[in-house]
Design a protein around this ligand. Sequence first.
Ligand code: AR6
Length: 172
Amino acid sequence: MKERVKIIEGDITKQAVDAIVNAANTTLLGGGGVDGAIHRAAGPELLEETRQIGGCPTGEARVSRGYRLPAKWVIHTVGPVWAGGHKNEDALLANCYKNSLRAAVDTGAKTIAFPSISTGAYRFPLDRATEIAMKETKRFLESDDTVKQVIFVCFGGKVLKTYRDVLVRIFR
Ligand code: AR6
């Protein structure tokens, strides 16, 4: 189980995996942060496709092609905006991981890379978000044997350290 989870520091747009996950917004029309980086690297065809998809509610996931990215697919998910913790943020963030992993199975992706959803512009506390990411991933991997590798791509040393700490706690 532990062998199926990997943590790296880097840029998710460079990952040669079957699918990368995008921390999008409900419009799916692009934005800043990792969303902007993914749209820039994939090229304008990505926006054409996400425009056709027509949006995505918070906690759900939608799949597009990866176009100029090394990844074949982009799984767009929409994390919750942190509002203090009493607006169902934890459950919505858990749904992002659950639904993205289900979408990976449905598209036949065996390797999938995640950014730290909601912890940038959406201000979800990093420790709390990382714990949710790991717990949902663990739960999913226990029930599925099609996904071979989940890579958490950490943008910067602080995110990397948090992921390493939480990994040992959740996966042992
Ligand atoms: N690779 C991996 N991680 C990255 C990259 C990258 N190239 N660039 C940034 N990150 P954010 P959110 C990290 O703000 O909080 C957008 O405008 C970043 O350091 O991208 O879910 C959308 O359109 C942070 O750790 O996403 C939405 O409107 C993490 O990705 C809104 O932001 C998430 O930060 C979504 O906000």
